[in-house]
Design a protein around this ligand. Structure first.
Ligand SMILES: Cc1cc2nc3c(=O)[nH]c(=O)nc-3n(C[C@H](O)[C@H](O)[C@H](O)COP(=O)(O)OP(=O)(O)OC[C@H]3O[C@@H](n4cnc5c(N)ncnc54)[C@H](O)[C@@H]3O)c2cc1C
Length: 345
């Protein structure tokens, strides 16, 4: 961290939330509830963090008061909750640098788009870091023309021929979820050892999913859109061709803390150390969710929600000391939905 070096300007917020995973979305909600203007940045082009990127179609069972909820629905609910407070969304923007404002008393976050977010306090909810999907080189030409890394909505693939590459939970879960509605589902994995849970693999072998192991996708075919793939056994036999409207390369994501590691906060491994107020050792910079750590922390969404509320309410005491950190009870004070105008008053 240094003092800011230039005057680029994109947005101004009371609190900037870095990361739009579940913890970041709830932090944005709480900042709105407390009457703060909030900007939310995420490297990914869509909100939801790991939930959207890795398991949007899985049921989650350990969210309080929701006996079961699809990952996608959880994120949609969080978005519905925060939307009235009209945060500024900077999706597809990675937060790269953190500098103090020249006048002091605030922060300037520089993004990979060359812009700045000026704010009074920062809440970092960067999870395990920025995600980059592991790619299949031969699939490159059809990226977003049939080749995807995760499935947003199963229903979009009804009656399609789908080929999935991978041997982990996501690959197996998506194959099983698509089996009842797709025209055909083919799962290709380089070995016959799956990393997915044994129960899922057992269901897979009993399903009508065609499972081809010891093979890899070696070519993609089509015109404007993907129509077929070649699957070549590693033993050297000739390729099998399968129709494919969609090729899901479920090869996982690499996550790296990246620029956040250079922001000058005390770390423990790949996590940012925080106190009980979720503040880092840099005053005015807070962390919550999976990126934050302290003795005994467990990486659960429910835990991140509580941390987000704690972080934001303590950030309020920094940005608007007269409001203090005590949020009161939302049931006593129905949410105001004009946070920005309240602040301006
Ligand atoms: C397959 C799977 C199943 C799971 N099931 C459950 C479950 O049943 N129950 C449960 O409680 N938990 C579950 N989890 C864990 C849960 O998903 C995580 O605990 C949760 O997503 C953490 O939320 P978060 O908001 O802290 O971080 P994340 O969800 O990781 O979101 C962080 C966001 O920050 C962004 N980011 C990082 N660095 C930057 C940067 N420099 N600039 C801009 N953006 C940045 C990332 O792109 C990402 O979108 C599961 C995880 C996986 C992988």
């Amino acid at each position: 961290m240094t003092a800011e070096s230039d005057s680029r300007h994109v947005s101004t917020a009371d609190v900037a939330v870095v990361g739009a995973g579940p913890a970041g979305l709830f932090a944005a909600y709480y900042a709105g509830l407390r009457g703060l203007r909030v900007a939310v940045l995420d490297s990914l082009p869509h909100p939801g963090g790991q939930v959207s990127a890795l398991y949007p179609e899985k049921q989650i069972y350990d969210i309080p008061a929701l006996p079961g909820v699809l990952g996608r629905e959880l994120i949609a609910n969080l978005m519905d909750q925060v939307r009235p407070f009209t945060p500024e969304w900077l999706l597809g923007h990675t937060a790269v640098t953190l500098n103090r404002t020249a006048a002091g008393g605030g922060w300037v976050i520089g993004t990979d788009h060359g812009g700045d977010v000026r704010c009074g306090a920062v809440v970092i909810t960067g999870g395990v870091g920025s995600f980059t999907p592991r790619r299949l080189p031969v699939a490159g030409p059809y990226e977003n023309r049939g080749v995807v890394h995760h499935l947003e909505r199963l229903e979009d693939h009804r009656d399609e021929d789908v080929v999935i590459v991978g041997g982990g939970d996501s690959a197996v879960d998506w194959a099983l979820a698509l089996e009842p509605l797709a025209r055909s589902v083919t799962l290709v994995h380089r070995t016959d050892r799956f990393r997915a849970q044994a129960h899922g693999v057992e269901l897979l072998h009993r399903s009508r999913v065609e499972v081809i192991t010891g093979a890899q996708v070696t070519a993609c075919h089509g015109g404007p859109h993907l129509t077929a793939v070649d699957i070549t056994p590693l033993g050297g036999a000739g390729p099998l061709r399968r129709p494919a409207r969609t090729l899901v390369t479920a090869l996982g994501f690499t996550a790296r803390l990246g620029p956040l590691a250079q922001w000058g906060m005390a770390l423990s491994g790949n996590r940012i150390l925080v106190g009980t107020d979720m503040q880092t050792d840099v005053p005015g910079v807070f962390a919550a969710g999976d990126i934050a750590t302290y003795p005994g922390r467990v990486p659960l969404i429910a835990v991140g929600f509580g941390e987000a509320a704690t972080a934001v309410n303590n950030a309020v005491a920094v940005v608007r000391p007269e409001l203090g950190s005590d949020p009161g009870h939302s049931s006593d004070n129905p949410p105001q939905t004009a946070g920005a105008s309240r602040l301006a008053a």
